[in-house]
Design a protein around this ligand. Structure first.
Ligand SMILES: Cc1cc2nc3c(=O)[nH]c(=O)nc-3n(C[C@H](O)[C@H](O)[C@H](O)COP(=O)(O)OP(=O)(O)OC[C@H]3O[C@@H](n4cnc5c(N)ncnc54)[C@H](O)[C@@H]3O)c2cc1C
Length: 402
């Protein structure tokens, strides 16, 4: 947290008390949004958010900020559409400039099969509330004149789907706005406070351990992203989550003319332009599971090569920064949120490479579950027990490159 931020938003850090109604582990977007909605929607403010680093130091401050709802299954389209709508009102709700900008997203197809998949995506999305249309080459060029539709002679663009409501927002501002809004209503947010264990009493989770001592809690929410498996293993819970690194990079400034977000499932990349004019490129997870934050040259080499096939303008730019986050990947590419199966312990995880856009809806719905004790209908399909019930939610539309 730098001096600029300290002046821009008013964040008041707390020394944790000995006991809370709700303890949220992890000060990323999902943990802080849950605290915010507990306070604003349910009047529950005896809440602590415990963050081992600084807030937003996990994936919530490392992502490529794409907000969209054009997912691959009805349950997900409905959920993410709700989140897209909450984002649209978030600047007004929090009173903070979040640099939310509607850009539209073009998903390109390079084969007949790809074109069929994009037609199907458009139909399904629209049917469940997230407007998406199939677009031909002429429309694509109108939306993004910088594209080489011949794909370097190797990956010609056949068509695509266009999702006009897709947007971006400044990721750390979203984190700070939720933190500020929660703190202003009495929630304690403590940085550099690692949760090292979970306390149980007769099979119920009743608190957490920290190096500063134990904290009692009526309810504990794990919102620790890719670190969830080690946290919940302390109470014997095994989750179907694997942690994979995900890298991204930005170039130096390109003239402020690149408006949409562009994605190609075949070429495994997506691109947009930041408010500073940098071209921002994201891709797929590293295949090898790990907690490594190392960012490597092979990634840039392969990803830049593929991206330049469609966007020759990138060839004239330089790579400015590259970074990595570690993603909590579920086997069906859908999140896991709700009750854990252990009394008193709730989970929000499995956000993989797609959880930034879900922050408002995920936080709102988790807050409702904790406050009211009943799983809201919108998130019921994403419960952990879907794996035991053989009701997995395989979603090819989760990742920006699928
Ligand atoms: C390169 C990259 C690009 C991405 N692009 C997009 C995108 O364009 N759109 C999109 O929707 N999503 C995207 N994502 C995914 C998105 O960033 C995440 O899904 C989302 O931020 C998850 O938020 P979270 O709050 O669950 O986790 P995090 O933001 O990771 O927060 C978890 C927090 O828990 C803390 N923590 C961990 N263990 C403990 C402990 N024991 N005690 C206390 N604190 C602990 C961590 O320090 C961290 O701050 C991207 C991710 C990456 C890495």
């Amino acid at each position: 947290m730098n001096e600029f931020v300290e002046r821009l938003v008013s964040l008041r850090w707390a020394e944790p008390k000995k006991s809370y109604d709700v303890v949220i582990v992890g000060g990323g977007g999902h943990g802080l949004a849950t605290a915010y909605y507990l306070a604003t929607r349910h009047g529950i403010t005896n809440v602590a958010v415990l963050e081992r680093g600084y807030i937003g130091s996990g994936n919530s401050g490392r992502n490529t900020t794409v907000i969209r709802a054009n997912y691959g299954i009805p349950e997900a389209v409905r959920f993410y559409q709700h989140s897209v709508e909450l984002y649209q009102g978030l600047e007004q709700e929090t009173g903070r400039g979040l640099m939310h900008e509607r850009k539209g997203l073009l998903w390109l197809a390079h084969s007949e099969m790809g074109a069929r998949a994009e037609r199907a995506r458009a139909e399904l999305n629209t049917a469940f509330g997230a407007d998406t249309v199939y677009v031909e080459r002429d429309d694509i060029l109108r939306i993004c004149p910088q594209l080489d539709l011949d794909g370097g002679g190797v990956w010609p663009v056949r068509g695509g789907s266009y999702h006009p409501a897709a947007a971006t927002a400044r990721h750390d501002r979203v984190v700070w706005a939720f933190a500020e809004g929660a703190m202003a209503r009495g929630v304690d947010v403590a940085q550099r406070t690692e949760v090292t264990g979970l306390k149980t009493d007769r099979g119920r989770v009743v608190g957490v351990d920290t190096p500063q001592g134990p904290i009692h809690a009526g309810h504990v929410l794990s919102a620790v992203g890719g670190h969830v498996t080690s946290l919940v293993s302390k109470v014997g819970l095994r989750l179907p989550i694997r942690t994979h690194p995900l890298q991204a990079f930005v170039t130096n400034h390109y003239q402020r003319q690149f408006h949409p977000i562009v994605a190609s499932a075949d070429l495994l990349f997506y691109a947009s332009q930041t408010a500073r004019g940098e071209m921002l490129i994201g891709a797929e997870i590293d295949r090898q599971p790990s907690y490594s934050y190392r960012a490597g040259h092979p990634f840039i080499q392969h990803c830049a090569h593929r991206a330049m096939t469609l966007l020759p303008l990138l060839g004239k730019l330089k790579v400015l920064r590259q970074w990595t986050g570690v993603c909590d990947m579920s086997p069906d590419y859908s999140p896991i949120l709700g009750e854990s199966g252990i009394d008193g312990l709730y989970l929000t995880t499995g956000w993989g490479t797609w959880g930034f856009k879900a922050i408002p809806a995920g936080g709102e719905q988790m807050a409702r579950l904790i406050a009211e004790g009943e799983t809201p209908e919108l998130i019921a399909p994403f419960s952990l027990d879907r794996f035991a019930r053989d009701r997995t939610l395989a979603d090819r539309g989760s990742s920006g490159t699928h």
